[in-house]
Write a protein that binds this ligand. Structure first.
Ligand SMILES: [Zn+2]
Length: 184
């Protein structure tokens, strides 16, 4: 694999190593094994954006563990437990899409958001919140969630609909296939 080396100002082969590094994040010392890319020619570290993001997630997750906050991975797992996209999840949370994306990419969540996310791990709490926020979702978002949670437990359909009838004003069609006339 070749990458651009800023020191050599040229594209060179990359040496990949996994080193334990220590950092101080907001007064907390964290150490974690992260991926380091070095130029095979000059030995200097090579900056790579994707690698940097992955390392940040690892380091910030260490910080979160030490401070008793959900890790990015755990936040992603809560969202995935309900089969939601980040966009749908953010509507239900009311946090804003950018906020949830940042949390999943390593940013440290504030403790109110952390508590809120922990409560949502409980399915009953999720369903409660979903019921409240339902009106902010699209039809397809709603049916996706409904099919996940209410598939096995569809209540017996109890509605009736009315059609004009030949010599009676209306005929009532019930879902069990029976017919009945209004007023009977
Ligand atoms: Zn180099």
């Amino acid at each position: 694999m070749k990458k651009y080396c800023g020191s050599c100002e040229a594209s060179h082969e990359v040496v990949v190593s996994n080193d334990v590094r220590e950092y101080k994040i907001k007064e907390t010392n964290v150490s974690a094994r992260i991926t380091i890319l070095k130029c095979a020619y000059c030995g200097n570290e090579i900056y790579d954006k994707a690698n940097e993001i992955e390392n940040d997630i690892i380091l910030f997750d260490e910080y979160k563990k030490k401070n008793n906050l959900l890790t990015s991975r755990e936040i992603i797992e809560i969202r995935q437990k309900y089969g939601l996209s980040q966009a749908t999840f953010s509507k239900i949370l009311g946090f804003g899409l950018k906020t949830i994306t940042r949390y999943e990419n390593g940013s440290i969540q504030d403790s109110t958001h952390d508590s809120f996310l922990r409560l949502l791990r409980e399915e009953n709490n999720f369903i409660l919140l979903w019921t409240i926020k339902k009106h902010t979702l699209t039809e397809s978002e709603i049916s996706k969630i409904q099919s996940k949670f209410f598939k096995q437990d569809v209540p017996s359909i109890d509605y009736e609909f009315k059609e004009p009838c030949y010599n009676k004003p209306y005929v009532t069609i019930t879902t069990n296939g029976g017919y009945g006339y209004d007023g009977h």
